[in-house]
Design a protein around this ligand. Structure first.
Ligand SMILES: Nc1ncnc2c1ncn2[C@@H]1O[C@H](COP(=O)(O)OP(=O)(O)O)[C@@H](O)[C@H]1O
Ligand SMILES: [Mg+2]
Length: 234
């Protein structure tokens, strides 16, 4: 079963096409990536798949079932798709301790064992348990992105949407976070849809990729093409 199946997805903002007829499939356990210049529509596709962007046309299947435009995600679907954003500072509430940030999604979904789950999530991303009492401004950029990843993992999603997850970080920290993501994917059997404009990140992470320009997918790359660096020409 495919985890994601997009067929002729189109998204318009005020009559302007942000995404035109985008089609691709992501199989279970894969990392599929979207490459392309700023403004080409990558984040918009992720936002549709996260249920944040609800106005769209075409066909979108998640976990083998069609999703409906205009409809909020709920229940299992909402748990099963999580997103990590580019800027961990903006995506964490500045006045909430990490404890609150991590406990809240569990409460919302009526999940018990909160203390245990939060501690496990912190440990999985390499943060000490006492970090729970800290605020985002007391953390480095890399630590903040670890928290954002921990928050996404708490609900044990099948699909993780990663929108430029390391582009706000220093090179050395970037590598740590990418390796962490690869390890977690293995351990939890997740599927990744990754957005990056960095050809090295794409080559390091992806099984397959698609290159976008101006809302249109121009080319697809398999693992062999990525190893050969064909995506670097685009
Ligand atoms: N909420 C929005 N309202 C209006 N235009 C938007 C909105 N979100 C994105 N866009 C426009 O849609 C296009 C694609 O944006 P985006 O998906 O964010 O690109 P990327 O992630 O590839 O940089 C851009 O022209 C952007 O300005
Ligand atoms: Mg973007």
């Amino acid at each position: 079963m495919s985890i994601v199946n997009l067929d002729a997805l189109q998204v318009n903002f005020a009559g302007k096409k942000a995404v035109s007829a985008a089609s691709f499939t992501v199989e279970a356990g894969e990392t599929f990536s979207l490459i392309g210049a700023s403004g080409c529509g990558k984040s918009t596709i992720l936002r549709v798949l996260a249920g944040i962007q609800r106005e769209w046309q075409g066909r979108v299947d998640l976990f083998g079932s069609a999703i409906t435009p205009g409809k909020r995600f709920s229940g299992e679907l909402r748990r099963n798709v999580q997103m990590v954003f580019q800027d961990p500072y903006a995506s964490l509430h500045p006045n909430h301790t990490l404890w609150r940030t991590l406990a809240e999604p569990l409460k919302i979904h009526g999940i018990g064992d909160i203390l245990q789950r939060v501690n496990t999530a912190l440990e999985q991303v390499g943060l000490p348990a006492d970090a729970a009492q800290r605020y985002p401004h007391q953390l480095s950029g890399g630590q903040r992105q670890r928290v954002a990843i921990a928050r996404a993992l708490l609900l044990r999603p099948q699909l993780l949407l990663l929108d430029e997850p390391t582009s706000a970080l220093d090179m050395s920290v970037q590598a740590e976070i990418l390796n962490l993501l690869n390890r977690l994917k293995q351990e939890h059997g997740m599927t990744y849809l990754l957005v990056s404009h960095d050809a090295d990140v794409i080559a390091h992470m992806s099984d397959r990729a698609a290159f976008m320009a101006e809302g249109v997918i121009q080319r697809y790359f398999d693992r062999e093409a990525l190893v050969q660096g064909e995506h670097r020409m685009s």
